[in-house]
Design a protein around this ligand. Structure first.
Ligand code: ADP
Ligand code: NI
Length: 253
């Protein structure tokens, strides 16, 4: 099967898999990440084979997301198993499949945080994974990033901000603390969110916190020159937005 046909098949698979997800992780997010990843791949002069893995990885990177999974599920293993079942019948070669597996299991924010257990840091990401990671991160910042963040917080029933508790500093964050804070198991089960996924948790930290623990740190975590350049304007916009947000909370604007 030609690369074009493989991509078309996978597009359909991903559209079906994400149907009913909230708008922070829907098909439109995937489409934006794919477009950004292809743009960065071109800037970074990736080969045709690398671009194919980047496009597949971008399309498949959110099909098995731990934030929406049942507590305790090994979502990395599930995501890889899915790719291993999906791609060989379409004639995709094993090195490309391995690369796609790397992309979808290793680009997440939590995987980059230091572990409280002191586990050794993982080996460096391939260029293909760095390209998709930067693209995913660009979609988490700027105007779209702000919209996605409040959409995600709303899905978990979180307050916009907490007047009693200012946001925590990002430096103190460990992988375990982040996962506990953001997994579906974090709060007592209830009726769940509005359609799709398996989100059960409600409550948890105010959404404003997420800007400080994660989104404002992403500019400094970009791994390609092209991604870093694109992050500048989005980051500046987000900072201006947060300044105004603070002024309005304080009644100063
Ligand atoms: P990652 O795999 O690095 O977590 P994703 O693409 O899966 O990245 O999702 C990232 C985006 O989802 C965040 O940048 C934000 O927009 C939203 N999100 C994730 N966790 C939260 C949270 N706790 N509060 C608000 N938004 C969140
Ligand atoms: Ni994503």
């Amino acid at each position: 099967m030609s690369h074009k046909n493989v991509i078309q098949q996978i597009e359909q698979h991903v559209k079906n898999a994400l149907e009913g997800n909230d708008a922070s992780h829907d098909w439109a997010h995937i489409a934006r990440v794919r477009a950004l990843a292809l743009r960065i791949a071109q800037d970074e002069q990736l080969s045709e084979a690398q671009v194919f893995a980047v496009e597949l990885g971008a399309l498949l990177h959110d099909v098995s997301d731990w934030k929406y999974a049942e507590p305790g599920a090994d979502t990395h293993a599930l995501a890889c198993a899915e790719v291993q079942a999906l791609l060989p019948p379409l004639g995709v070669d094993q090195p490309t499949i391995d690369r796609v597996c790397e992309i979808i299991t290793r680009i997440g924010f939590k995987d980059e945080l230091p572990s409280a257990s002191g586990a050794a840091p993982a080996v460096a990401l391939s260029l293909e994974a760095r390209v998709v990671q930067d693209a995913d991160r660009l979609d988490a910042i700027g105007a779209i990033g702000i919209a996605r963040c409040f959409t995600f917080g709303g899905r978990f029933g979180r307050p916009l901000y907490d007047p009693e508790q200012p946001p925590r500093p990002a430096e103190a964050l460990t992988r375990e603390a982040y996962m506990q804070q953001h997994s579906a198991a974090e709060a007592p089960a209830n009726e769940g969110g509005g359609g799709g996924g398996t989100v059960k948790g409600k409550g948890g930290a105010a959404t404003l916190n997420h800007f400080h623990e994660k989104l404002l740190t992403l500019k400094g975590r970009m791994k390609t020159a092209s991604g870093r350049a694109l992050a500048e304007g989005r980051h500046a916009f987000m900072e201006a937005y947060l300044e105004q947000f603070g002024r309005e909370i304080a009644g100063d604007a």
